[in-house]
Design a protein around this ligand. Structure first.
Ligand SMILES: [Zn+2]
Length: 237
């Protein structure tokens, strides 16, 4: 092919993509690409394109849980955390509203708010409604969120007691805007399912093959397959 600039039409791009599918870069090649990309910045236009492409996209609650679990235990360097915090302070925070923090703080310290909180806590017996843990650091969560539903701020029916961890988890999954009752229900159900999975203990099933009761796990594959096909019949006496 003669040297020069070639336009990558969509058809050509598709061809290239197909040709490269499944191919793995060698470590050196990947490192070269990484090095050459260091310090490179996306143009405003391509940032906008990427952002537009993701608009309206929402993870399912289940995949959010998966992501959250996959990230558990991952450690970030102190330096990274410091940078992250700084990049989200005050006006740089996506939730920044002029002076809103001050007025919210005032409301949260108001007697009305404290009464509401106490009412919710005692109704829930000071038990996290998600984990069943009592006492500890309990948070009364606004089911329809505080900022978007000012008329519901002090309705006990709009509050639910959660432990700190559960509360954190909720907002990690659903964010802090436009929270609704359905989210809470979904959250409680999803969580319960996971808790049940954790609580379920592996147990050994013994059954008969050729007369003796033996752990099914020790059977050979064919016998185990046969066991899974077995049906239970009720015998009328
Ligand atoms: Zn909350």
């Amino acid at each position: 092919m003669p040297a020069g600039k070639y336009k990558r039409t969509p058809a050509i791009r598709a061809k290239m993509s197909k040709a490269h599918k499944g191919k793995k870069l060698t470590k050196e090649h990947a490192e070269k690409i990484r090095q050459s990309n260091i310090g490179r910045k996306h143009s405003k236009e391509s940032i906008k394109n990427m952002s537009d492409g993701r608009k309206g996209f929402k993870h399912l609650a289940e995949s959010k849980l998966k992501i959250s679990n996959a990230n558990k235990g991952k450690k970030r360097t102190k330096e990274f955390i410091r940078k992250l915090k700084e990049s989200r302070l005050g006006e740089n925070n996506p939730n920044w509203k002029d002076g809103a923090t001050d007025s919210n703080k005032l409301i949260r310290n108001s007697p009305q708010y404290k009464v509401w909180r106490k009412k919710c806590l005692s109704r829930d017996n000071f038990v996290c409604q998600k984990t069943g843990v009592s006492g500890g650091e309990l948070i009364v969560h606004h089911i329809n969120n505080f900022a978007d539903f000012p008329e519901l701020r002090f309705k006990p029916s709009n509050g639910i007691t959660l432990c700190r961890k559960a509360h954190y988890e909720f907002h990690k999954i659903y964010g802090k805007k436009n929270n609704a009752h359905e989210q809470l229900l979904e959250f409680l159900n999803a969580y319960n399912t996971i808790m049940n999975q954790i609580k379920r203990q592996p147990c050994e099933i013994f059954s008969r093959v050729n007369g003796y009761l033996r752990p099914v796990n020790n059977w050979n594959d064919a016998k185990q397959q046969e066991f899974s096909d077995r049906k239970t019949f009720k015998v009328k006496k």
